[in-house]
Design a protein around this ligand. Structure first.
Ligand code: ATP
Ligand code: MG
Length: 572
């Protein structure tokens, strides 16, 4: 008997009778509900015929006499001796080795379950309450199979952004006469609460775990034509996506994936999943000296832009590099202030000349009381900043705000063509702080940015949002933390992708409400993503596209398998 853990769709063994009881609630090992999770004891004896099919992580139901259901998850299982027996002996072992058959009846199989809520019938579905009532000793235990039971039991919203299908140990649960997977969706309505995308989303996973595949599939849903978000003034607009792209993979979203054949198209339409190239895709390419950008795998429109040095006026961290200390940062800020107050052409070259002037040095030392060594250190640092990233012959970022942010449009900022990691940081920080400051300010640099629902996507986010001691890192963290806190109100969502979640500054990490955890093997990474214990053990064993979704304001933490197919082009 298959008890609710089914193969991916298309295989023939799906849909066996899951409504039969597989065991009964046992009292002998203790039957106890407690407000302290550690004291809760809920066990079932599993009958011999059903034992081979039970799995950790499976969802089981226990009916109450009047019809409500206790929804549970298997968290432990154990064989115990049926009779008083010591099989850890030489004689028993020889017997076992000589005899190939195993007598289930000589043992009992006990499952320990974690209660996840009580389901009461209401109309076609169920309402869910806290697990505050003990089931009866001997009550029949069966596998949760009906999609309504599982969705209600895990408190998964009926509608919202599609992330994937509910799974147990990597296998999508498919049930019903026509086997149907259960979709996992992220709440996307204004009431109650806010669309959860504006409380931020993180995709974490090891190299090759399928992060970018998953990210593109989620972004494709955000860019579905009917998607609208309500702004503070009541206007409803499609979101704009600005995606930083270190590997030159996201502009491919302009194109269909040829693997989505007519079969897939029908299935996706039935599931209510958006697919196909995003027609409004623009690659906005940072110009850096003579370096050229060669699009790979896409023919989306490209447009060059440059970062005006004037952006550093209020954002000294753009040119602070990694290791300016607090004092040096302070000095840089005051130098920039004086420079911008007097400069006729506020370019980087002019600033370097300004720093080199004896008069500047004298003023800094005498009037601003900057220590000589501090001054020299700052000048050294600033001279080392790659200069051909500012004020290049291309339209400047603030002038392009209408191209950068378009309701319903995807803007990709490729950085692959920039070999120097300092240059990449300047680009990502300049563009993201331009967006964030415009969102949060009451007199924004760009009204377009302020007034459009916006998702800022960042692949390899650990490279830009790492925790570090330097003044630059601290400023960046403060900026992003504030963005994350205000995101809900301003309709600004952070969409972070990383293989090293442990490197992301804790202040930012804490603000991320939805975590999609793909395969991770690194201990520190697993510790940081901090999924509930009942699911955590599976993290190193997750297959490609399989993840734990931990989104406390959306549902119980649950294992979800993303679509095996890329909804837009991914890969060459
Ligand atoms: N759910 C999936 N089903 C099938 N194939 C997948 C799935 N997810 C990803 N792949 C394939 O696996 C490979 C790696 O996927 P992807 O590029 O998304 O990984 P990644 O985690 O972003 O890797 P990297 O660490 O290199 O950025 C790609 O060839 C992709 O097509
Ligand atoms: Mg990737």
């Amino acid at each position: 008997m298959d008890i609710g853990e089914f193969s991916p769709s298309g295989s023939s063994d799906a849909g066996a009778d899951a409504s039969e009881p597989i065991g009964a609630v046992a009292v002998a090992p203790g039957l106890q509900l407690s407000t302290e999770a550690s004291e809760t004891r809920l066990s079932a004896y599993i009958s011999a015929g059903a034992r081979d099919a039970v799995r950790l992580g499976q969802y089981l139901l226990i009916p109450y006499p009047e019809g409500d259901l206790l929804f549970t998850r298997v968290v432990a299982m154990e064989y115990a001796a049926e009779f008083d027996l010591d099989d850890a002996t030489e004689i028993q072992t020889r017997r076992a080795l000589a005899n190939e058959s195993f007598d289930e009846r000589a043992y009992k199989l006990l499952l320990r379950m974690e209660p996840l809520g009580i389901l009461s019938r209401s109309g076609d579905g169920y309402t869910r309450r806290a697990s505050d009532r003990l089931p009866k000793p001997g009550a029949a235990v069966r596998v949760a199979a009906d999609p309504a039971e599982i969705k209600s039991g895990l408190a998964i919203p009926a509608g919202g952004l599609f992330l994937g299908h509910v799974a147990v140990n990597g296998r999508v649960i498919e049930t019903g006469r026509v086997p149907t997977p259960i979709d996992y969706r992220l709440r996307d309505v204004d009431t109650p609460g806010d669309p959860l995308i504006f409380r931020h989303l993180l995709i974490a996973g090891g190299t090759g775990a399928g992060k970018t595949h998953m990210a593109k599939n989620i972004l494709r849903q955000l860019l579905a034509p009917e998607r609208r978000y309500t702004m503070g003034d009541g206007r409803q607009l499609p979101p704009a996506v600005v995606q930083f792209d270190p590997q030159d993979e996201y502009a491919q979203m302009a194109h269909d994936n040829t693997a989505v054949d007519s079969d897939w198209q029908q299935r996706l339409e039935r599931m209510g999943v958006a697919y196909g190239g995003v027609s409004d895709t623009l690659a906005l390419v940072p110009r850096y000296g003579e370096t050229t950008y060669a699009p790979s795998g896409h023919t989306a429109e490209t447009l060059a832009f440059t970062i005006p040095f004037s952006l550093t006026r209020h954002r000294p961290y753009l040119i602070a590099g990694g290791d300016l200390n607090e004092q040096q940062y302070h000095a840089l800020r005051s130098l920039l202030r004086r420079f911008f107050a007097s400069a006729e052409a506020p370019t980087f070259t002019a600033f370097l000349a300004y720093l080199g002037a004896e008069e500047t040095r004298a003023t800094a030392l005498d009037r601003d009381r900057i220590h000589e060594a501090t001054y020299d250190a700052v000048v050294r640092r600033v001279r080392a900043v790659p200069r051909e990233i500012f004020d290049q012959p291309a339209p400047s970022l603030p002038e392009l705000d209408h191209r950068l942010v378009r309701p319903g449009g995807l803007t990709v900022i490729p950085t692959y063509h920039l070999a120097d990691s300092r240059v990449r940081s300047i680009v990502v920080l300049a563009v993201s702080s331009f967006l964030i400051d415009s969102k949060l300010s009451t007199s924004p640099l760009s009204m377009r940015v302020k007034e459009t629902p916006l998702i800022i996507g960042m692949d390899e986010a650990h490279n830009f949002l790492a925790d570090a001691d330097g003044a630059q890192a601290q400023q960046v963290i403060a900026t992003f933390t504030e963005a994350a806190k205000q995101g809900r109100k301003e309709r600004l969502g952070l969409f972070l992708i990383t293989q090293d979640p442990q490197d992301i500054a804790p202040g930012i990490f804490k603000q991320v409400n939805t975590r999609c955890v793909l395969n991770l093997v690194d201990r520190a990474a697993i510790d940081r993503v901090n999924v509930p214990a009942a699911l955590r053990w599976a993290v190193p064993y997750l297959g490609r596209g399989e993840m734990i979704v931990h989104s406390p304001d959306n549902s119980e933490a649950v294992q979800v398998t993303g679509l095996p197919v890329a909804l837009t082009r991914h890969g060459r």
